[in-house]
Design a protein around this ligand. Structure first.
Ligand code: ADP
Length: 270
């Protein structure tokens, strides 16, 4: 970020280009190093919490609960849930690391985005029905083909729909709508926009800029209750960036949230 500014603004005559860039470069490296340390600390904490619970229950099963079949059953259920949480966290960490490693390579296989979205909604239909959420889809009737990675784009929309169901209101509505943008200035060309919208509790504005950070959650307790890891939107952000697209988040407390994914129509732009 800072380096880009240096490149466009004229340098003061007395400071050599190399010296200034070197100083800024080091601050960027330090920032990256701090982020790496925070990430390792977060991962360790997130893995340690379920692990501590597991060890505690093993201890209890060996001692006080040994003869109590009822308690044993309950404890095993909790242990299974904690183990599944660790499993999910590790899968998402691997997914995030794969996506980050591939970020520079722009995907180019033709993907029918409309068919992909219909298939995501079909997969999520049982979960939506269980939550009593009415799903509406718009603009998915005819094929919309763009260059992309079908598995990763599926992951993006599955995540957004899952979040809308998790944090939306039970008995509420979920709307998925695709529209064409003739010219998206930021992408310097035509684009497709997919909105995933819920009528849930919404998110306070101060949280919005940080929502796609790894492990950032508005309500950590609620996220854990829902089986969340805090990595979903970070993965979403990196996949969209790999597709040279944009993610827009709009939300109003008490009214709902809209995530809009904007993807360029062709490979030659953006
Ligand atoms: P998580 O695994 O916690 O769901 P995500 O990265 O998917 O992690 O989302 C980060 C946080 O953003 C969530 O913990 C939640 O606080 C908030 N969030 C995401 N989607 C929504 C939504 N549709 N409505 C309200 N809050 C949301």
């Amino acid at each position: 970020r800072i380096l880009a500014e240096v490149a466009v603004s004229p340098l003061p005559a007395l400071i050599g280009r190399g010296a200034l860039v070197a100083i800024l470069d080091r601050s960027v490296t330090e920032e990256a190093e701090q982020m790496r340390r925070d990430f390792v600390a977060n991962v360790s904490h997130e893995l340690k919490t379920p692990l501590t619970a597991l060890l505690g229950f093993i201890e209890t099963l060996r001692g006080p609960a040994r003869e109590d079949a009822n308690a044993r059953g309950r404890f095993l259920d909790i242990m299974e849930r904690e183990a599944m949480r660790m499993n999910r966290l590790i899968s998402e960490l691997l997914s995030l690391s794969r996506v980050q490693a591939e970020e520079r390579r722009r995907p180019s296989e033709p993907v029918d985005l409309a068919a992909l979205l219909r298939s995501v909604l079909a997969t999520m239909a049982p979960a939506a029905a269980a939550a009593g959420v009415a799903v509406t889809a718009e603009g998915l009737e005819r094929p919309v083909v763009l260059p992309g990675d079908a598995d990763q784009l599926t992951q993006v929309f599955q995540n957004l729909v899952e979040n809308a169901l998790k944090y939306g209101r039970s008995g509420g509505v979920l709307r998925v709508a695709m529209t064409e943008i003739a010219h998206e200035p930021q992408l310097r060309g035509p684009a497709w926009a997919v909105a995933v919208e819920d009528r849930g509790d919404g998110i306070d504005e101060i949280h919005l800029p940080r929502l796609t950070e790894r492990f950032y959650r508005v309500d950590a307790h609620r996220s854990r209750e829902e089986g969340g890891t805090g990595l979903g939107l970070a993965i979403v952000k990196h996949i969209i960036s790999r597709h040279r697209g944009r993610l827009r988040i709009e939300s109003r407390r008490g009214e709902g949230t809209r995530f809009t994914v904007v993807l360029p129509q062709g490979l030659d732009r953006g």
